[in-house]
Write a protein that binds this ligand. Structure first.
Ligand code: ZN
Length: 190
């Protein structure tokens, strides 16, 4: 039993020693880390002195300024890109509108041409109507002014058509026999 107890004690002692050793190693590592941090702090001149601190803050300010500038630049760039996109959209719209206008314009020009030819046709029709009316009017007036009367030629005894204007003359030449005859309104038959 004693041997067993001794053996157990020995194992416990071993474990205790091992644990102590681990703790010492851990402490050593922590010390080394602390030393490294201290060393780094000393090694870095910035922040180690009041001037360094100022310099560090100046650098930090510069970095944050740069960051802001970059952010602003980004914003500006994003804004510029948005503007470019808007412009492109506007141009695309304008082009589409221009196309539409051109099509509408062409359609309108076509319609105008149609209307012009329609108008020309109407004008021609009207002119025809008017000239026909004029002709009728002329014919009518001719009928009126040149209403024919009939006189008998005293020489050849033919019936001669005489216009009203001829009636106003005192004498006319007979178209049948060529003799000049005096016109007496009493002889005239309508
Ligand atoms: Zn005659």
């Amino acid at each position: 039993m004693t041997d067993k107890k001794d053996a157990a004690r020995a194992r416990l002692e071993e474990k205790r020693i091992a644990k102590e050793k681990k703790e010492q190693e851990r402490d050593a590592r922590l010390d080394k880390l602390e030393q490294a941090v201290e060393h780094l702090t000393v090694a870095l001149p910035l922040g180690a002195t009041p001037q360094g601190g100022t310099e560090l803050r100046r650098l930090e300010a510069l970095v944050s300024q740069l960051e802001e500038t970059i952010a602003e630049k980004d914003e500006a760039l994003v804004g510029a890109l948005a503007e470019v996109k808007q412009s492109a959209d506007a141009m695309a719209q304008t082009n589409a509108k221009a196309d539409k206008f051109e099509k509408e314009n062409a359609a309108l020009r076509g319609r105008v041409a149609e209307l012009e030819s329609e108008l020309a046709a109407k004008q021609a029709e009207l002119e025809d109507t008017y000239s026909t009316a004029d002709k009728h009017a002329e014919e009518n007036s001719a009928d009126e002014t040149e209403d024919l009367f009939v006189v008998e030629c005293p020489a050849c005894e033919k019936e001669i058509p005489v216009t009203e204007s001829e009636l106003e003359q005192e004498a006319i030449r007979c178209p049948e026999c060529g003799e000049e005859m005096e016109l007496d309104l009493d002889d005239v038959e309508e």
